[in-house]
Design a protein around this ligand. Structure first.
Ligand SMILES: CC(C)(COP(=O)(O)OP(=O)(O)OC[C@H]1O[C@@H](n2cnc3c(N)ncnc32)[C@H](O)[C@@H]1OP(=O)(O)O)[C@@H](O)C(=O)NCCC(=O)NCCS
Length: 511
């Protein structure tokens, strides 16, 4: 089984590849055959289109993008020939400085299964390295086993799962949201980067089958083009949708959406109204699997059977300076490959059983019992526990505090207990912290159990602070326990710092 962690070494990674000499034309002799990979020429067109017609039952879109790709000032369109005959293509695209996107990989079906793509990819990587990339990404259909395997075997990480959907354009009716304005950039960008949609796509948005980074510059540009919608029209924004014009067929594509359920539906329908105003018959959406895709599908993007997509990235995030810690990257990746992990485990067990168990039983058992900490389960339980909190914003704050325990201190599995109105965190068999939810705020109680860790006069930015007098340690003049009341976004930072104080003590005392 190959997974994203397989071969995650720099031996074959960007640094090593950068050191290799780049070549204008790569020729590989295989037996008596000669495989050549070279920059595409205008004259390749007919042969490429003929080859492309053989792919995906004739639905390949290469003919729609070929001219644009050929004229790309950054180049990157490659033609593959075998003994002089055109048999394949590959495209390396620069989405922004350092942001490389791989696409358009095609090989004549008659040549599949011979390992030729590895050679094509090697050359594509050399082209990619010329751009001094911070990341190299590509997307593919979740069911495209060959394409997925090619990336995974090279150390690409699966960073997002999305769903490609279609909706019928709406010819009538006013927009219920409105395009955001440039002066709202700060609020919009903050909303986006704090959103679950942003997290679920690893900071990218779906533009058809391309996934550019949602950088501040890009959001600003999209606002200027009136492609960022906000809801409500007046007052504080509570929902945002981003659409863009697809690079393949010029269609509207909804690539980011978040907010309360009903408002997500409103903005999804607005995007279909915009498509209608542009004279289109339909529009697509590429949204993260789960809540976001479900809501858009239910609201209006349900014209055709959706296609699941996956996004891969090379440039391990934890090892770059984009702010995500290695642990965060590991957690996120582990969650996103939960099905693969379960499958691999099932394969292993099935191979070891003597036939007493039917394969399917083993697989079912693994899926049901052995991965209790999957994202769905954890977040499902979190949602139930935080149900008392009235607003989406409050639940988001609670979630951020919970995630701090989970991500920074691995408080999962036996270390966390979910109740109907609260969550307890267990350390060395003892409850060390708890979250208790009311309708408009929640209490975070830290300690006792880790030793004295909060000073007299401890005054973090929260609604209220209650140091527990019964847990005062006269020797150190510190308190073992404190309860913070939280209700606002800006309280998250103090809560995290207080958790760090508690866990710092706990770890020191147990060292
Ligand atoms: C993607 C494509 C270029 C790969 O071509 P290829 O060189 O024939 O690929 P292979 O059949 O040799 O498979 C590549 C790898 O995937 C593995 N693979 C293939 N099918 C697989 C499957 N169903 N499950 C697991 N692994 C699979 C192969 O074993 C091989 O791995 P290896 O090199 O470690 O042995 C080719 O299938 C193609 O043109 N497909 C249509 C267009 C397309 O899907 N492009 C990619 C869009 S992102």
């Amino acid at each position: 089984m190959h997974g994203p962690f397989h071969e995650l070494s720099l031996r074959d990674g960007p640094i090593a590849m950068a050191r290799r000499r780049t070549m204008k034309v790569r020729a590989v002799a295989s037996g008596s055959e000669k495989l050549v990979i070279r920059p595409a020429r205008r004259a390749d067109r007919d042969a490429i289109f003929a080859m492309s017609k053989e792919i995906w039952g004739g639905t390949d879109y290469l003919h729609l993008v070929w001219d644009g790709w050929l004229d790309d000032p950054d180049g990157g369109l490659l033609t593959v020939t075998l003994d002089g005959e055109t048999v394949g293509v590959s495209k390396v695209t620069l989405l922004a400085p350092g942001e490389v996107w791989l696409e358009g990989l095609r090989l004549h079906p008659g040549l599949h299964g011979r390992g030729l793509t590895r050679q094509i990819n090697r050359y594509s990587f050399q082209i990619a390295m010329k751009h001094n990339p911070k990341s190299i990404r590509y997307s593919t259909g979740a069911g495209n086993a060959a394409s997925r395997h090619l990336g995974e075997a090279r150390g690409f990480w699966l960073i997002a799962r999305s769903r490609w959907m279609w909706g019928k354009a709406r010819k009538r009716g006013p927009l219920r949201g409105r395009p955001a304005q440039t002066r709202e950039l700060n609020a919009v960008y903050k909303f986006i980067t704090n959103s679950n949609c942003y997290k679920a796509t690893g900071g990218l948005y779906g533009l058809g089958w391309k996934f550019p980074e949602l950088t501040r510059n890009r959001v600003q540009d999209l606002i200027t083009k009136e492609r960022v919608l906000r809801y409500p029209k007046l007052g504080r924004l509570t929902a945002v949708a981003i659409y863009d014009i697809g690079l393949i067929d010029g269609d509207v594509c909804l690539g980011f959406i978040d907010g309360p359920d009903a408002q997500v539906a409103v903005l999804a329908r607005d995007v279909l109204r915009i498509a209608g105003r542009l004279g289109d018959d339909d529009a697509s959406a590429m949204l993260p699997e789960g809540r976001h895709a479900d809501l858009a599908f239910k609201a209006c993007f349900n014209q055709a059977e959706p296609t699941p997509a996956v996004v891969y990235e090379l440039g391990p995030r934890g090892l770059t300076d984009d702010g995500e810690s290695f642990e965060e990257a590991m957690w996120r990746t582990l969650y996103s490959i939960e099905e693969e992990t379960a499958d691999a485990l099932a394969d292993l067990l099935i191979a070891r059983t003597s036939g007493r168990f039917a394969g399917q039983n083993v697989r079912d058992f693994v899926t049901r019992h052995l991965l209790p900490d999957t994202r769905k389960e954890i977040y499902g339980k979190l949602e139930q526990s935080t149900r008392k909190l009235r607003t989406y914003q409050l639940r988001n704050i609670a979630r951020a505090v919970f995630e701090h325990f989970m991500i920074e201190y691995s408080m999962v599995r036996d270390f966390v207990r979910f109740g109907r109105t609260g969550i307890s965190f267990i350390y060395r068999g003892k409850k060390i912290a708890a979250m208790r939810f009311n309708s408009r705020s929640f209490n975070l109680t830290l300690g006792p159990g880790a030793g004295p860790c909060f000073p007299r006069g401890f005054n973090p930015v929260v609604d209220s602070v209650r140091l527990d007098e019964s847990c005062f340690d006269p020797g150190s003049r510190m308190y073992e326990s404190v309860t913070l009341r939280l209700s606002k976004e800006e309280h998250k930072r103090s809560a995290r710092a207080a958790i760090d104080m508690l866990m710092g003590c706990a770890l020191n005392n147990s060292a």
